[in-house]
Ligand binder design. Structure first.
Ligand code: ADP
Length: 190
């Protein structure tokens, strides 16, 4: 199995790259943001409990997120590997992921972190907000809060995976193809 954590601030391009990489490497893509949005749209219990946090640009509590992620992984027992996009975002989540994969006799092979300047991120997200219909993309204050939450709560996970020699920083500015090529160079050596 190859299990990748696709990492980076909001707007770094994780979803775009995951779409390409899942085909190229035959991996199952799990985007926690997409799963939350699906549940919000369908007004499930999970969606209702997550909505308030997401609309404010805050993290959904670990307990809720971890439970959802586990259930999502269990949906595809035949998977050849996963791309985790938007998860983990806290150390608790990273520990839970390690434990889950360990119980399957596997592990996170790499964290691929897309690096993009903050001002570029804000511009990209405001642009995306014009068409995505995402409330959290429509408002600059919410966007800036998401970026702040990333630095305050999530960016420390770089250290978590660096300690395990699994961290790969990737320049996230360029064409989609160029960035896929940069990431592929990492994956092909795993
Ligand atoms: P982004 O483009 O900001 O990276 P995502 O689609 O990954 O957006 O996530 C959107 C929102 O969903 C986040 O701002 C957060 O509120 C919630 N969310 C997604 N993943 C997680 C997670 N692992 N832990 C807590 N909250 C999460």
């Amino acid at each position: 199995m190859i299990n990748l954590v696709l990492f980076g601030p909001p707007g770094a391009g994780k979803g775009t790259q995951a779409d390409v990489l899942k085909e190229k490497y035959q991996l199952v893509h799990i985007s926690t943001g997409d799963v939350f949005r699906y549940n919000i749209k369908n007004q499930t219990e999970l969606g209702v409990s997550a909505k308030g946090f997401i609309d404010k640009g805050q993290l959904v509590p670990d307990e809720v997120t971890i439970k959802m992620l586990k259930a999502k992984v269990e949906e595809t027992p035949e998977a050849k590997g996963f791309i985790f996009d938007g998860f983990p975002r806290t150390e608790n989540q990273a520990d839970a992921l390690a434990e889950l994969l360990e119980s399957k006799g596997t592990t996170v092979n790499a964290m691929v972190a897309l690096e993009v300047d903050d001002e570029v991120l804000v511009k990209r997200l405001l642009e995306r907000g014009k068409t995505s219909g995402r409330k959290d993309d429509a408002n600059e204050a919410v966007i800036r809060n998401r970026i702040k939450v990333y630095y305050d709560e999530t960016a420390i996970l770089k250290q978590y995976y660096k300690k395990q020699d699994k961290y790969y920083g990737i320049d996230g500015v360029g064409s989609v193809e160029e960035i896929t090529e940069r990431i592929s160079q990492v994956i092909d050596k795993l």
